[in-house]
Design a protein around this ligand. Structure first.
Ligand SMILES: [Zn+2]
Length: 267
């Protein structure tokens, strides 16, 4: 089906007025066509949802969320994509392009093909109250991966925190976990074992969001980077010099904590 322009009464994108929106082709996810709208019941009742240019399907309630502006959300998604993209160099906001470009390419594809949906349940509503210790959550619902922003303000404080929360849940959605959910949710309390360093989701989030900040990079060390660099590419571990080269320049001391703003679950 070709793209068509429709006039719709839609007050979320450009105010309470008639406005033009662009509908996506039916195979938008296969063809990776974004910056358009689809009708979906994924967020509750049937509604028009925006497909971000990099593939996330955005709940229309996100555009009314008082905790961030539409612009802040778009910038957060754009940064999350740059951090995981295989084609954005580190000095342009990239991250995985340097540390694990093969995984980066897989992640970029899976946002589309694994149907990542960013949900914004009502702040303070039932879903947030069900998980009071969670900034955000991920769950599979049929064919889609629902990334829900819950009590996100408790994750404020880290660099680019909103983007970091979305990035973290996107990693879950893309199957990056190497710990069980239970272990992951308590990893940050398990400081004796320093589980957070081996937890791929936390290690990757720290590497991509804390390392670029002079204030926060002391939390990131080469062993967290090693978890990232070796994923799907275990030969990197054998070639010790290879990952050490990719991970050079990080703080060499062992941190036994992450900043509290990084704790996405189980506070
Ligand atoms: Zn998590």
């Amino acid at each position: 089906m070709s793209r068509i322009l429709m006039l719709l009464l839609f007050g979320l994108w450009a105010g309470p007025a008639f406005c033009e929106i662009k509908t996506c082709p039916s195979d938008w996810n296969q063809r990776r066509r974004g910056d358009c709208w689809i009708q979906t019941g994924a967020f509750g009742s049937l509604a028009w949802a925006y497909v971000h240019p990099k593939g996330w399907v955005v709940d229309p309630r996100c555009f009314q969320d008082q905790r961030f502006s539409r612009r802040e959300l778009m910038e957060a998604l754009d940064l999350a994509w740059r951090r995981l993209s295989p084609s954005v160099p580190k000095d342009k906001g990239g991250c995985l392009s340097r540390y694990n470009p093969g995984w980066a390419a897989q992640l970029e594809r899976r946002i589309w093909t694994w149907r990542m949906h960013l949900s914004c349940p009502e702040p303070g509503g039932q879903e947030s109250r069900n998980f009071p210790a969670f900034c955000a959550s991920h769950r599979e619902v049929g064919e889609i991966h629902l990334l829900s922003l819950l009590n996100i303000t408790s994750c404020q404080g880290c660099p680019d925190w909103l983007s970091g929360v979305i990035f973290h849940e996107t990693l879950h959605g893309a199957g990056a976990d190497n710990f069980s959910t239970e272990e992951h949710n308590r990893a940050l309390f398990d400081s004796q074992k320093m589980g957070f360093m081996r937890d791929r989701v936390y290690a990757t989030s720290a590497l991509c969001y804390l390392e670029p900040s002079p204030e926060f990079r002391r939390y990131v060390n080469p062993f967290m980077c090693r978890e990232v660099a070796s994923y799907g590419n275990e030969a990197v571990l054998d070639a010790g010099a290879s990952w050490m080269q990719a991970c050079s320049g990080l703080e060499s001391h062992y941190t036994n904590s992450l900043p509290s703003c990084m704790l996405s679950h189980g506070r």
